[in-house]
Structure formats: C-alpha cells, structure tokens
Design a protein around this ligand. Structure first.
Ligand SMILES: Nc1nc2c(ncn2[C@@H]2O[C@H](COP(=O)(O)OP(=O)(O)O)[C@@H](O)[C@H]2O)c(=O)[nH]1
Ligand SMILES: [Mg+2]
Length: 404
C-alpha cells in the first residue's frame, strides 16, 4: 500500500507551540556577510568538506557525472525546455492530483522505472536465489554481495545487509529462495525506513532545496508545490545562471505561485531574505527556496548555502524547517558522496531521490539510508508532476528485490 500525500505532510494544530518566541527582527544581511567565498567563514567550511582529490581517490570506478565539475555557464545559455504538461498537472487542485496519482499504478511505474536495473540486478539475484539451498554456502553469499555492490549498494552497506541476512537465514533455518527473498525485502525495508513526513506546520514553513546542479532541484520545487497544502511562494536562490531563474519563474506561472527573484549574479542570501519577508507579510504557508548547485568553487557553493541558511534563521528562528537535497540516482555512489558532503554543510532533513526512471540501479537508496543517516522522503521517476511521490520503504524494497 503506497504512502499517500495526505499522510505525508505534517501539520501542527497546536497554536501555542507554533507561535514560538516573539517575532524576530529582520536584519538586512550585513555587507561583510554578503561577500561570499572570501570571508573567514569559507575557510572554516573548507576544512569540513573533503577536497576534490580526496573524493576522487575514494572512487573505484569512473563517476557518471562529477559532482563538483565547475562548468562555466555563459549568460543567455539556452534554457532546458519544461516537460509537456501532464494530465495531473492540468488537474485543478492538490486533492484531485493526489487522487489521480494514487489511481495511476504508482508501484508499476516505480518497477518500470527501475526495470533496466531490475533486468540486470533482479535477474542476477533471481538466478542466484533460485539456486539457494544452504545457508552455509559461502559462495552463494559472495555472489549476492557481488550483485549488491554492482548495483550501487556499496561495500559497507552490502556487508551489513548480507551479514544480517546470513545470520537470520541461519537462525530461521531458511532453505528456499522465496523465503530468502522475503527476508531480503524485510531487511531492506527496515534499512530504508525513516521519518518520511514533511513538516509544514510553521507559518510560514521554509523549505530549502539543495543539491548538485542538474539533479532536479528546480523541477522538484515545481512538482512538490502542486501537492503542498496552503499557499506557496518560490524564491529564485540559484542566481548563478539566468536560465535557472527563468525556469523557476516558468514553474511559478504554471502553478500560479508568486516568485521572488532578482537578477543573475545577485546575492542568493538577499533573495532568500526578501522572500522570507514577503512570505511573512503575505501570510504564505510554504516558502520554497531554490539554490545554486554549482558555483565557481565548491567552497563558494558551501559558503553560499551556509549564508542563505544563516540569513533565514536570523529572520525566522527555527527556519529553514526542511532542508531537502535532490540526489540523481543515476550517479550511483557519487550521489552518496554528495549527500554526505551536503549533510555536513547544510544539515539535511531529507533526501529526494530523482531520475529513478533512467539508468538508476536503485541500490543507492540503501547506501544513502544506511550511510548518510538522512531519511529519503520523496522519489521521482520522471519529469511530470505525477512522477514525484512520497517515499515508501516497503514499496521500494519490493520494487528492488521483488520477483521479476
Ligand atoms: N527523467 C527524469 N528527469 C528529471 C527528473 N527530475 C528532474 N529531471 C530533469 O532533469 C533536468 C534537471 O533538472 P533541474 O530541476 O533543472 O535541476 P537543478 O539544476 O538541480 O535545478 C531537467 O531537464 C528535469 O526535467 C526525474 O525524476 N526523471
Ligand atoms: Mg535549478
């Protein structure tokens, strides 16, 4: 049974708790704070963030996309076209959207999305499991380990999962492949399980969207806004590229959401500041702040994110209430390293796994859940609004390990 959007958003009805401390002052960001990347703060940050070479050294295989490649983007660069409006997007309200989505065989789409990886991953696993007879057959477990590692689950998480499976299979005296498969689903489910709900109980609730360029931040903001209750506002905090600002403005037009934006190159923290101010003035329920995923250096990027957070926090204590990171599932173990870095600098509250419809192997979800310690809250299997869905651990484990 899929997790529904209705139970996904946590809304607090306790007014007392909600109001919190007296309304905070709203200082304009000071000039020295505005200088991103040159101040002492960036130096502090640089210590916490692994150097590019360190990250490179860890790699066992060439990464599909280097998280930190700094590509120069020329102003006026052609903008990525928005996907065609979908049936769900044409629907009038979030309720109808959610209903349409629930009736649309989400599980089938997830399985289909993972079909390429399933063909190899599940195919291999099926072949291995079909031959399973004896828990003490070391070769069998080695084979399972190989399959998991090659499916982006990674070494530490594979070791943990297989260790647990082996022990429990022994204790339960499991001798059939089907029982073993069920055991795998159970263990993967408990590894993936986390607090999925999105906290939208504040007034306004501020959601900061972070992640490497091209992983789906802006698209996800647009899609998520269709499901969020109440009134919404967007802030175009990716000021690095003009196209990024326009892309968010287009989503604003399509979803009828006001967008706070400044010119390309503007200070992202100033945009965030203005947006929080507007959201409070307008009584907006949820403010979604977009951010850059690529600046001239990684240190600049991390310093900018940190500064946006500090400015928002000064204005509205407790905000941002959610810091969500998009991870492109097709980048495999590289996505895991990105998540670890962003967690360290941005204090993530949730991960959104995108592009599970592509060549993603899906095993990255297990690695993230086990090694990053930040819950996966949403998954995306395409570019349309209905392709975004609350994460359901059991459903995902079944899509990964279920019979073909
Ligand atoms: N196939 C697929 N494409 C996606 C998904 N999510 C985002 N995209 C596409 O990935 C590209 C980059 O997304 P964008 O939101 O601009 O990424 P950003 O740079 O992080 O803001 C766009 O063409 C999106 O339409 C997904 O789940 N599946
Ligand atoms: Mg973007």
């Amino acid at each position: 049974m899929a997790r529904s959007w209705r139970s996904f958003f946590r809304r607090n009805t306790d007014e007392e708790q909600e109001k919190g401390p007296a309304v905070a002052s709203e200082p304009e960001p000071s000039t020295d704070e505005v200088e991103v990347g040159n101040g002492h703060h960036s130096a502090d940050l640089a210590e916490g963030v692994p150097k590019a070479e360190e990250v490179q050294a860890e790699r066992k295989e060439p990464a599909a996309a280097d998280a930190w490649a700094v590509d120069e983007i020329e102003p006026g660069e052609a903008e990525e076209p928005l996907p065609e409006p979908s049936v769900v997007e044409e629907a009038q309200d979030a309720e109808t959207v959610a209903e349409l989505q629930e009736s649309g065989g989400w599980f089938g789409r997830l399985r289909q999305g993972l079909s390429r990886s399933r063909a190899s991953f599940v195919g291999q696993l099926n072949a291995a499991v079909a031959e399973f007879r004896d828990v003490e057959d070391e070769e069998f477990w080695e084979r399972v380990e190989e399959i998991l590692i090659s499916s982006d689950v990674g070494v530490p998480t594979t070791a943990k999962l297989v260790g647990e499976l082996e022990q429990e299979a022994l204790e339960r005296n499991i001798t059939s492949g089907s029982e073993l498969r069920e055991l795998m689903i159970e263990h993967a489910t408990s590894m993936l399980d986390g607090p999925v709900e999105l906290d939208v109980s504040h007034e306004p609730t501020v959601i900061l969207m972070v992640g490497v360029n091209g992983t789906g931040k802006t698209t996800t903001i647009g899609k998520l806004s269709r499901f969020l209750p109440g009134t919404k506002m967007f802030a175009a905090g990716d000021t690095f590229r003009a196209a990024a600002i326009e892309q968010l403005q287009q989503w604003g037009e399509r979803t009828g959401t006001p967008v706070v934006a400044r010119e390309r190159g503007a200070d992202a923290a100033a945009v965030a500041h203005e947006a929080v101010h507007s959201a409070r003035r307008e009584g907006t329920d949820v403010l979604l702040i977009d951010t850059a995923g690529r600046l001239h250096t990684k240190v600049n990027l991390m310093a900018e994110l940190d500064k946006v957070q500090r400015v928002v926090q000064q204005q509205l204590p407790g905000a941002p209430h959610e810091v969500l990171m998009t991870v492109d599932a097709t980048t495999g173990q590289n996505g895991l390293r990105q998540a670890q870095m962003f967690k360290e600098v941005a204090g993530l509250t949730g991960i959104i796994l995108t592009k599970l419809d592509g060549t993603a192997k899906g095993g990255i979800a297990l690695a993230i859940a086990n090694e990053v310690g930040v819950p996966i809250k949403l998954i995306s299997v395409g570019e349309k609004v209905e392709d975004l869905h609350p994460f359901d651990a059991r459903e995902f484990a079944e899509a990964l390990f279920g019979d073909l």
